[in-house]
Design a protein. Structure first.
Length: 217
């Protein structure tokens, strides 16, 4: 789980994963959700270098096998560092954003089940409700995209371990989407239904919406 991001758009002093939501860090909620799915055996967190000990302490009471590794300069480097610490013999790996900390356990189970059924790569998605247009460098519309073919991608994304490891071994440059790395290998990526609660907390408004959502649960 990459959790080394600065979260500048959230306007917080702490790294985004350590920002409080209902009295606990986003990271705590995210890890609890993974373990609460009852299909995740262990979690590896890529933490900011200066907060690695703090992350170990705050996750001490979550339960389940947990490891903390120092994250990299970007998301891709953090995931690569976490993969290097994966337990021996693992065959399925999930990559989950700490900022999507309210992802329902059912989504986690659906991703894992699809990989277990034979899909080499699986991502949860939602239909795109807005009209999406492609524009040029000057902001002029080039064309309107067919939104029936578009999906918004969420996490956790699930992979056969060897497939994701190969994607990172051959990939170059930062990537915001792990499935994109394995797509470059020619691997087919299966989609499963995501959930509105799995939205990414990026701004203060997102954090406020997450607070309201937790109050209603």
């Amino acid at each position: 789980m990459p959790a080394a991001g600065r979260g500048e758009r959230l306007g917080a002093v702490l790294p985004k994963a350590l920002v409080a939501l209902a009295g606990r860090p986003l990271l705590w909620h995210a890890v609890s959700g993974l373990l609460g799915s009852r299909c995740v055996d262990s979690v590896v967190v890529a933490a900011p270098a200066s907060y690695a000990d703090a992350v170990r302490n705050l996750l001490a009471g979550v339960g389940g096998p947990l490891s903390v590794v120092t994250g990299g300069v970007d998301r891709t480097a953090s995931v690569r560092a976490a993969l290097a610490l994966a337990p021996v013999g693992v065959d399925i790996v999930l990559v989950h954003d700490a900022a999507r900390c309210l992802t329902p356990p059912a989504v986690v189970r659906a991703v894992v089940a699809a990989v277990r059924a034979g899909a080499p790569a699986v991502i949860p998605v939602l239909p795109v409700a807005d009209t999406v247009k492609r524009v040029d460098a000057n902001g002029v519309v080039v064309r309107t995209l067919d939104r029936s073919e578009l999906r918004a991608v969420q996490t956790p994304q699930g992979f056969a371990f060897d497939v994701l490891r190969q994607g990172y071994a051959l990939g170059s440059g930062p990537a915001t989407d792990d499935a994109g790395l394995v797509e470059r290998l020619g691997v087919k990526v299966l989609t499963v239904p995501g959930h509105p609660d799995a939205f990414k907390i990026t701004t203060a408004a997102d954090l406020a919406a997450a607070e309201l959502l937790l109050e209603r649960r």
